[in-house]
Structure formats: structure tokens, C-alpha cells
Write a protein that binds this ligand. Sequence first.
Ligand code: DGL
Length: 270
Amino acid sequence: MNDKNLSNNAIGVMDSGVGGLTVVSELQQLLPNESIIYYGDSANCPYGNRGEDEIVALASGIIDFLEANQVKIVVIACNTMSTIVNKLTQKYDIEIVGIVRPAAAFIAKIKPKKIGVVATVFTTSTKEYDNYIHKYLPETTVYSQGSPSLAALIESGEFDYTKIDAEITKEVDSILKHDSEVSDIVLGCTHYPIVLDQFQKLYPQIRFVNPAHEQALYVKDYLTHYDMLNSGSHSEFTIYTSGEPITYKKIVDKLKLQTPTTITQKIVNN
Ligand code: DGL
């Protein structure tokens, strides 16, 4: 859909929890004039240990909510849900943007011979990163590693760095055990850039790729192309979550986002 009448409506951004705020950070820098309605389904997080049908159902609940709030585009700021984006675009007319494809397009530009991907267990099992990267770079070796617990450790907002560092080390070491020459690793879960400093501190020799910027660039190009940018000067940032608003406030401050107008508890999936 490319409806100019919607141009002053908000961009809808969704994740299983606080991770998608890393995409909001990039959107606010690239599109400061745009309103954003964010939904984080923290009560059901992590999605990455669930099955496909469940993830489609949970994602649909959030999209229905964002559509009811008349957003002009839906940004899936979650790699796990993005791996099943085709199942969602089939069901809805509104433009739905995933994060895996823009990330792979960026990787194609840096042309690594070998690349690692750390993500959720579900994302890794779908091989979507491997498949998209191989579309652009058939010769590149992709080492994917799924963590069952890192997203949840970050989602809790407790920042227990003993546990977080141990999990990062376990996942990254298992990639390096396969191939010690890997020098680029994609943070294939939007929660992970919240602790980018930890990844970098533990592995200063590795370049960690945060795909959030590429997804935000794609959104900017899309809205520009279809003449759907906000023409007004007023913008709002509204957060809804099925979890605890206080955790969102903590992450908003950590990522230095614009101050949200409201953070409201709202259940969309039972
Ligand atoms: N933020 C989600 C992602 O990018 C993962 C968190 C979860 O497992 O729910 O994959």
C-alpha cells in the first residue's frame, strides 16, 4: 500500500520486547520528523524459543493492533518474526518491512568471505540469513549460532553482565571454533545491540554488524519513494507493551532515545 493520505500517520514498530528499540534509535536519527508507535510483547518474550505457528499468531496480534492505530507502515524490528515475514505479508495489505533482507543486502556490500550470525534459536533454524546472504554472495561461508537465553537476559532489564558475558562468549566462541578467521559477526537479534559494548569488549578484533541502520534506511527510502513522509512538524513517540513500562524507560535511557510521550501497558496477545 502507498497511500499519501496516511503520510502524517505514525510508523508502527514491533518486537517481542525491548529489542526493537535499537531500530527506533536508527529511525529517530534518520527520520526525526516521524511519529512512532512501538509495540513490545514482553509478556510473551522470548519468541525465539517458540514454533512457527505460534510466532505467526503472536505477530498477527501485534500487526492488528498497529493497524487499528492507523500506522502507515509496519516495521518488524525483530529478526525472529522477520524470518516468517512472507506469512504475514500474505495476510495484510499494509506494507510490512522485515529486518533480515536489508541486513543481507548490507552484508553483500562488505563482501566477507566468511561471516558469523548470532541470533535466536528460531532465526538460526530457519536459515533465512544463510539463504539471503547466499543470494548475493554464493561463495561466502555463513556460521550461524542460536542462543536460547541471551535475548531474555537482556529483556529482563537487569543487566547481569556476568551472565550476559558468559552467554556472549559461549555463542561467539562456538563460531570461532568452527573458523578462527571470521572477522565479521551479524547481531541477528535486535536485543543484542543493546549490549554491543559487551560484544566489543570481549572481542575487540571482530566487527559486529547491527542491521538496524539498514532497516531504517529501507524505511526512509520507501516513505520517500511513495511520498509518505510526514509533512507536519509535530511528531510523537508512543510505546505500548504487554510488559513493565519501567523496563522500557530504562532501555530508552540507555539507548538515548527521544523521550516517549507515553509508555502504556496493553495486552494484544493472550
Ligand atoms: N528481538 C528478537 C529478534 O530480533 C528476539 C527476541 C525473542 O526471542 O523474542 O529476534
